[in-house]
Unconditional design. Structure first.
Length: 315
């Protein structure tokens, strides 16, 4: 059985870094360009900390910090803010697959990268641990507060938890027009387009979406399956139960029910180019890995989905 790092009370939690701002369109490209073009020595400040950062990015100091946070947790730049990653180059670089985030594949990749990483505490916990589909803001805050209080060294204040949960919700649920008070409030997160969380009933009621997601392609699911597998097991087989229900699994992070996940896995031999195949022998549902792959082949699998939009336009 695969356990979550958050089950260990010595695991630290992180409830800040975004400065209360959800990810905005254009931020990842701006961060990528600034880091890739601003080669600096270790003694110099990063492009996010130097004197002209506000002018370079065209936002306030707190938003600059938020931009760096999101580019880091989305896997576009390195944690020290000095280097772009391979995935950053392949998506946002010259000739990249989707530098301006016009394709939902990129938003799905960002969602997966953030929410499958236990270090992004509220995002990971909400998708992988929260036990119900319908919730309100207060219930989510109480869950994170309980998680924080279980950590002996945690100093998470109620306001920190409240702001983190508010940013999480704003990342997936757009503000209604009546609550938008200015230009910044009108700028939604690209993750709202994924349809993973919907408002329901009275104010501050929400529902996680379970089942098929129209814009989620087999390449992205296969990419996530292989990433989850390499993260948690060196075995040549991986059970359907783990893929569907384990913390940080594709089933949990993408909000897939068992039937929908099974549909993706039935096609995974073709989608993965024979890297793995589905087996259902003697009632045992599992994937079998035929061979290991490198980063280039992993990205080639993900890139299959980028062609879907172009094929739909041509049809």
């Amino acid at each position: 059985m695969i356990h979550s790092p958050l089950d260990d009370r010595d695991t630290p939690i992180r409830l800040s870094g975004h400065e209360t701002f959800p990810l905005r369109y254009g931020w990842l490209k701006k961060a990528y360009d600034a880091v890739s073009q601003g080669k600096r020595s270790p003694e110099e400040p990063t492009v996010f900390h130097d004197d002209d950062a506000i002018a370079r990015f065209g936002v306030g100091r707190n938003m600059v910090s938020s931009m760096r946070h999101w580019a880091t947790v989305a896997g576009i730049i390195s944690g020290d803010g000095r280097h772009v990653t391979m995935m950053g180059k392949q998506i946002f670089g010259n000739g990249g697959t989707d530098p301006y985030m016009e394709d939902p594949v990129t938003s799905w990749f960002i969602h997966w990268t953030i929410c499958s990483d236990w270090r992004n505490t509220t995002w990971y916990w909400a998708f992988s641990h929260y036990p119900v589909l319908i919730f309100d803001r207060g219930a989510l805050q109480r869950g994170i507060d309980k998680l924080a209080r279980e950590r002996p060294g945690s100093r998470a204040s109620p306001s920190t938890i409240r702001n983190d949960v508010a940013c999480f919700i704003r990342s997936y649920v757009p503000l209604p027009p009546s609550e938008r008070t200015g230009y910044e409030d009108s700028l939604e997160s690209p993750l709202t387009e994924l349809g993973l969380i919907h408002p329901v009933g009275l104010r501050d009621g929400f529902r996680f979406s379970r089942g098929r997601k129209p814009t989620l392609g087999g390449g992205m699911v296969t990419f996530a399956v292989l990433a989850f597998w390499s993260r948690h097991s060196t075995a040549q087989t991986l059970s359907f139960e783990a893929l569907a229900h384990a913390p940080g699994s594709p089933g949990r992070v993408f909000g897939l029910d068992e039937n929908t996940l099974a549909d993706y896995l039935l096609e995974i031999e073709e989608t993965s180019g024979g890297v793995c195949r589905w087996s259902e022998t003697a009632g045992l549902k599992q994937l079998i890995r035929e061979r290991d792959i490198d980063h280039a082949e992993e990205f080639a699998i993900l890139s299959r989905d980028y062609g879907r939009r172009l094929r739909r336009r041509a049809a």
